[in-house]
Design a protein around this ligand. Structure first.
Ligand code: DGY
Length: 425
């Protein structure tokens, strides 16, 4: 069974290959997505290491001159997706792309490939090092609003956790711009409407894009003056971990010129971590920067302090207590949103379902920090979900049914690299 699934997973990656880069799934997401590709590289590495590095290389080809690596690279126009290149109208890099970024797991994936590989892998990382450092610099400079202690986000899509109720605080504060062009959503053509974000959420997503276009995608203006500005424990902890991993790579490469800068980024994040601590929830939560208000629910990103080796012992204990509370309510960990919250929906995109890539990094962090029982439960729950339902984009946390995209690349990749009980590599 596991062997059969391993073969199915390899077939999915090969089928979703568009010539050196991989689409998350056919039709619904027909381009190269940023953090999807990084996880996909881990999957390819189990049977084709050159192809794994190529995935990362092609992602770097989309980097903007200012250092940002966008969330989507549009190598060609595809009518199956909205909003495509004609809506974003960016010109920051070699290809048309989204005008925002995505959680920077890239450096951590590079380190994982180096650790499981050899001299050749280190050579590949050496060739990419400066571009990745430039991207991290962009986050710390262009996405840190004036006077704010942490890196923030300007669009729910930048967090990768698109319609998580976390973002309602920021979205509630903004109006839909009456100047947005009429548009036709394509996601609800390919997926069930009950599993996708609402029309009002989409109107606001498009409003933020319009603001970005109106300021010529000046990223500092988008951060400081844009309609949406929130701090995200997901981006915060993922970047903190990625800075640590990039520093580890710098040490392997003898890049002493980068040590102080990376250590500075890490120290800034360590100091800023308390900004995300919500005492009412006893957890790290998303926060609206302009009002200072916290989101009142435990999301899967709230479970990431271990991954970043962050937080005080009391904060880590609070995080574990929340995971225990939630484990008693759901059949599969880790739901993307709090099952005790009124807006929990176990089948709707980021309002409840379990996401493979979140389970992967949460479990990794828990294992590293000695929380081995929970770490193993989180890994096994993803394995059970895939064995029950197949390679879906995400899964209903109560029933285990697959949701939204089928034959999904990061699910296949993480099965091969991590969740499968039968590792063949
Ligand atoms: C989408 O279109 O749903 C994407 O998640 C945006 O990145």
């Amino acid at each position: 069974m596991a062997l059969d699934l391993n073969q199915q997973a390899r077939d999915i990656l090969n089928r979703n290959d568009r010539g050196g880069y991989t689409v998350p799934t056919a039709r619904l997401y027909p381009y190269q997505w940023n953090w999807d590709s990084a996880f996909v590289a881990l999957g390819f590495a189990t049977f084709n290491r050159d192809r794994a590095w190529q995935e990362l290389e092609l992602l770097l080809q989309g980097q903007w001159d200012n250092g940002m690596i966008p969330h989507i690279i549009f190598r060609r126009d595809d009518p199956d997706y909205f909003p495509g290149p004609s809506v974003w109208q960016t010109s920051g890099g070699a290809f048309p792309s989204g005008g925002i970024s995505q959680p920077p797991v890239f450096a951590s994936v590079m380190l994982e490939l180096i650790e499981s590989g050899g001299a050749e892998d280190l050579g590949q990382a050496q060739a990419m090092f400066d571009q990745v450092l430039k991207w991290h610099r962009w986050f710390h400079h262009d996405r840190t609003p004036n006077g704010c202690p942490v890196v923030c986000t300007v669009h729910p899509w930048e967090t990768g956790r698109d319609n998580c109720p976390d973002w309602e605080l920021g979205l509630d504060r903004m109006d839909v711009d009456e100047g947005i062009e009429p548009y036709t959503r394509m996601d609800t053509v390919h997926a069930d409407v009950s599993e996708r974000p609402s029309k009002l959420q989409y109107d606001k997503y498009v409003t933020i894009i319009k603001f970005g276009r109106d300021v010529g995608w000046d990223q500092k203006r988008l951060t400081n003056e844009g309609p949406f500005l929130m701090a995200d424990p997901g981006i915060h902890f993922i970047l903190m971990r990625a800075d640590r991993d990039l520093l580890a790579i710098a040490k392997m490469l003898g890049r002493s010129d980068a040590f102080d800068e990376l250590q500075g980024f890490i120290s800034k994040s360590e100091t800023g971590t308390d900004y995300l601590w919500n005492p009412d929830m006893n957890a790290f939560c998303a926060r609206d920067v302009r009002s200072g208000t916290f989101s009142q629910g435990f999301s899967s990103a709230s479970a990431l302090p271990f991954y970043a080796d962050a937080g005080t012992p009391a904060q880590r204990q609070g995080t574990l207590d929340n995971i225990k509370r939630i484990a008693a309510k759901v059949d599969y960990l880790i739901p993307s949103w709090d099952p005790d919250a009124a807006d929990f929906e176990p089948q709707r995109y980021w309002c409840g379902p379990v996401w493979p890539q979140m389970n992967n990094i949460i479990s990794k962090g828990l294992a590293e920090q000695g929380e081995t029982d929970f770490a193993e439960q989180v890994r096994q729950d993803l394995a059970r979900l895939i064995e029950k339902s197949g390679f879906f984009e995400c899964f209903n946390t109560m029933t285990g049914d697959g949701c939204i995209g089928t034959d999904f690349s990061w699910t296949a990749a993480l099965w091969l690299a991590w969740a499968s009980p039968n590792q063949e590599n």
